[in-house]
Design a protein around this ligand. Structure first.
Ligand code: NCD
Ligand code: ZN
Length: 343
């Protein structure tokens, strides 16, 4: 069996820098036409000048003959200058700005503490039509980690959208039924990315039979009912939902540690995983909408010109790890064989 779709994009990707960038970039550039590049480097990509320099490093790391465009983002801080953001958008350098609540996840210390402090930037973005990508979790110590997305929607995101309805917002890596319902309740201006792994694992995968650090990411995988809501949304064809893998490489020593890093590395086998999921849901005809069409439509871009073909056959022999100059990175393992491969 074969399936040919418009070349997909990844609307949420961590490429890192240096040797890690060199090792992981080809894994995405092989199947994907474009990706929204997360700015949470150390130090973060805050200004237009930072993004120009980072984009040049990505281009320098590009494999021969690659047909891949990094779509740059800026990391929103309380010191971000609205004029710098507008200039970066006007020149075509950036495609979005990313809001991390301070302390929410990996390298988010310079994120936002108070929405009030960034309102001038958000107002400018609304005026020029530049989308905001949001890591939608509160960071309050008294809020349970499994509730942080739902509480963020009620206490931060919904008030912000009421205050600034013209701002286009993407709820990144939505992980709950609450998130799906909230996105569906919005008439316009709100979309959501869904990761590969949140369609395939729930919290049992992380915690039952011994702790599995390679399934730990943020937002953390939730109960099965939430995974099912994500699968229904992703496979529905609803244009508000699109692929953002959140492929986030960390080396094995950094994952397999007393305080392991959050992040799942799924760039290599995402299209095999997605074909598996969409086939299970009887929705192979909607894989193209999720992976290749809905994202560009939300961002106001054309779909990629090319196509990729997936073929179903023998189990695909993915390696367990990717070697990088910084150490091995374990690939996302859905826990069963994958039979679809990009040919
Ligand atoms: C991401 C990372 O490692 O940069 N980790 C993750 O678990 N998703 C950060 C993020 O997107 O939250
Ligand atoms: Zn991420």
């Amino acid at each position: 069996m074969e399936l040919t779709i418009t070349r997909p994009d990844d609307w949420h990707l961590h490429l890192r820098d240096g040797d890690m960038l060199k090792a992981v970039l080809p894994e995405t550039a092989r199947d994907f036409g474009r990706a929204i590049i997360m700015p949470n480097l150390v130090p973060p990509v805050v200004t237009g000048a930072d993004a120009t320099a980072y984009r040049a490093r990505i281009h320098a790391a590009m494999p021969e003959g690659a047909d891949f465009e990094p779509l740059m983002t800026l990391y929103l801080t309380e010191a971000t200058d609205p004029d710098d953001v507008e200039a970066a958008a006007a020149s075509g350098l950036i495609t979005a700005v990313k809001l991390y609540p301070a302390g929410a996840t990996t390298n988010s210390a310079s994120g936002v503490r108070s929405i009030d402090a960034v309102m001038p930037v958000l107002e400018r973005m609304a005026a020029i039509g530049l989308p905001l990508c949001v890591h939608g979790e509160v960071t309050d110590h008294d809020i349970d980690i499994f509730d942080r997305e739902a509480v963020f929607i009620d206490t931060k995101l919904d008030p912000l959208r009421r205050r600034l309805p013209e701002l286009r917002v993407i709820m990144e890596h939505v992980t709950t039924r609450d998130g799906v319902e909230y996105v569906k309740s919005a008439e316009s201006g709100l979309g959501a990315t869904i990761t590969t792994h949140h369609l395939m694992i729930n919290r049992n995968h992380i915690l039952v039979g011994g702790i599995k650090p390679h399934y730990y990411c943020l937002p953390v995988a939730k109960r099965e009912e939430h995974r099912l809501a994500l699968r229904a949304a992703a496979t529905s064809g609803d244009a508000r939902f699109f692929l953002g893998t959140d492929s986030a490489p960390h080396t094995d020593p950094n994952k397999e540690s007393a305080c392991g890093c959050a992040g799942v590395f799924s760039a290599t086998n995402t299209m095999s995983c997605l074909a598996h999921v969409f086939e299970e849901e009887g929705a192979l005809d909607r894989l193209e909408a999720f992976a290749s069409l809905n994202g560009p439509a939300f961002y106001g871009l054309a779909p990629n010109p090319g196509t990729i073909t997936l073929r179903k056959g023998e189990a695909v022999p993915y390696p367990a790890k990717l070697d990088t100059g910084e150490g091995p990175v374990t690939l996302f393992d859905p826990g069963h064989p994958l039979h679809w491969r990009v040919v």
